[in-house]
Design a protein around this ligand. Structure first.
Ligand code: ADP
Ligand code: MG
Ligand code: ZN
Length: 501
């Protein structure tokens, strides 16, 4: 067992050192088929059912590039403000690993399809940090190993391993930043914000389902520290496959405190890969880092070079959607949101849902109220993403419309939403089934008002004597009698009318 690492207090770390970050993000493209063969590109399924001689690396099989994947790569490059190569090739990255049946990964090396870009990232307080992109290149995913019999699921201690090649050959784009300097104490936050912004961008491009939990978006975080007076970068570690946004932030922060303690004690950092432990937020040593030479890269002889015409690139540029950053600015303007309101909206991940609800006829304020408050609480309680709640923006708009038309009170509307969430049907169906309509028929209300007044003659006297506030007790009694299905404002009017006459 390795000893527990010494850590330096975070405040001291950032006082004595400047962190440098490098983020490598792998994104699986959601093309119909794999990168170099016609096998289905789908998550999961019976092991080894989505394979063929090409993605299994059998002798004599030949790869063919998936045009849709190249298109996706170019669109990602353009969205990241990159230059697009006029001509580039694939390269073989040679190493042995059981989940990689060809014994090499078809990747790109010194000729990436996209390079020299940037992504502007907004931090929680609104500060914008520009993260420069070194390159975005095409490659293929590996298969998956399942290690059986050990306590950790890792190969160490396992009795045997199973291999599933369904994922082998799935199109991947690797997006690599230039070293990110000057973020100081905010480095962990910048790392998280960058991956968040990248995820949102990829989602807007509709090129991937960007599920960190399913591995379709994966982040490796490189971290090094420089003493305040240093002129060169320190040695970096690369923490692999950090699989949630929160973990990205935690992993960077942990590495900073771990490396600082070593450096301050006169030690040196080993260039290595590390694994992030979700449970306690620590990282542990992986393998010593190979250098590029170790991989014996060479141009892939079985694939033609990729030479996207400038016309095609411009056509693809024209398909780019509004970028999330611009969209946020526009929405803030159009919906007249304070920075704080916008942040709340972003934090609960409700922008698209509110926009869709507005599209279905609700006002931005009403739609926001429902998603950011009522429904966000519901999602929290159920521990699901807001978007995964079993209610659609159109249904939320319908509930809102029922309130506006006076058919439902706010309280009843919440009940209707509960019914929809419980799978009882559309808002109207829930209203019918649960009998939730507001009693808007004045004669029915008047009967209830008269009964309440008769039951509490002293209060009726008070109101008559000018104490209008006392009407509240009667209104309350009527609401109770109608099981909350009356419009309280109307009831109040009727009470005053009745007592006055
Ligand atoms: P590797 O092949 O080791 O994964 P890459 O070039 O793909 O290397 O990615 C390395 C990442 O680390 C890049 O984002 C790069 O900008 C960044 N990087 C390079 N040197 C340092 C350093 N000293 N400290 C932190 N990050 C670094
Ligand atoms: Mg890399
Ligand atoms: Zn195949």
């Amino acid at each position: 067992m390795t000893a527990v690492a010494e850590l330096m207090d975070y405040a001291e770390v950032v006082e004595r050192f400047d962190p440098v970050l490098g983020l490598e993000v792998h994104v699986e493209l959601s093309t119909n088929t794999k990168m170099f063969c016609g096998c289905l590109n789908e998550f999961g399924g019976e092991p080894n059912t989505k394979t063929c001689p090409t993605c299994l690396g059998l002798p004599g099989s030949l790869p063919v590039v998936n045009g849709k994947a190249v298109e996706g790569a170019i669109r990602i490059g353009l969205a990241l403000n990159c230059e697009i190569a006029e001509w580039c090739r694939f390269a073989r990255k040679n190493y042995f690993y059981p989940d990689m049946p060809k014994n090499f990964q078809t990747s790109q090396y010194d000729e990436p399809i996209a390079f020299n870009g940037y992504l502007d990232v907004t931090l929680d307080d609104g500060e914008v940090v520009r993260v420069e992109i070194e390159r975005a290149h095409m490659e293929e995913d590996t298969g998956k190993s399942l290690h059986i019999g050990g306590a950790t699921g890792r190969i160490h201690g396992a009795e045997h391993s199973l291999l599933d090649y369904n994922r082998a050959g799935v199109p991947l784009i690797e997006i690599v930043t230039k070293p990110i300097e000057g973020t100081g104490a905010r480095a962990p936050e910048v790392a998280r914000a960058y991956v968040t912004a990248l995820r949102d961008l990829l989602r807007a491009l509709d090129v991937s389902d960007v599920r960190m939990d399913q591995g379709s978006l994966r982040c490796d975080a490189n971290v090094s520290l420089m003493a305040k007076d240093a002129t060169e970068f320190g040695t970096r570690t690369e923490t692999k496959n950090v699989n949630s946004l929160r973990s990205v932030e935690r992993a960077v922060r942990y590495e900073m405190t771990r490396q600082a303690a070593i450096l301050a004690g006169g030690g040196s950092i080993r260039q290595e890969t590390r694994h992030f432990q979700e449970a306690d937020g620590t990282t542990s040593s992986g393998r010593a880092k190979e250098t590029a030479e170790d991989y014996r890269y060479f141009p892939e002889p079985d694939l033609v070079p990729i030479a996207p015409s400038r016309e095609w690139v411009e056509e693809l540029r024209a398909t780019l959607p509004e970028m999330p950053g611009e969209r946020r600015k526009r929405i803030q303007d159009e919906w007249k949101l304070s920075d704080e309101a916008l942040r709340d909206l972003l934090n609960v991940g409700a922008v698209d849902l509110v926009a869709a609800t507005v599209e279905s006829g609700a006002t931005p304020d009403e739609a926001r109220g429902w998603w950011v408050n009522t429904l966000a609480q519901e999602a929290n309680a159920r521990e699901v993403e807001l978007a995964d709640l079993p209610i659609t923006p159109a249904q939320v708009a319908e509930v809102i419309a029922l309130v506006s038309s006076g058919e439902l009170t706010n309280k009843l509307a919440k009940e209707v939403a509960q019914g929809v969430l419980a799978g009882e049907g559309s808002p109207r169906e829930v209203v019918e089934k649960r009998g939730l309509k507001v009693v808007s028929d004045d004669s029915a209300l008047l009967t209830a008002v008269d009964e309440a007044l008769a039951a509490q003659p002293d209060i009726a006297d008070k109101i008559r004597g000018g104490k209008v506030a006392a009407a509240g007790a009667i209104v309350g009694a009527v609401m109770k009698a109608t099981k909350g299905q009356a419009d309280a404002k109307r009831v109040r009017e009727l009470v005053i009318e009745r007592v006055g006459s």
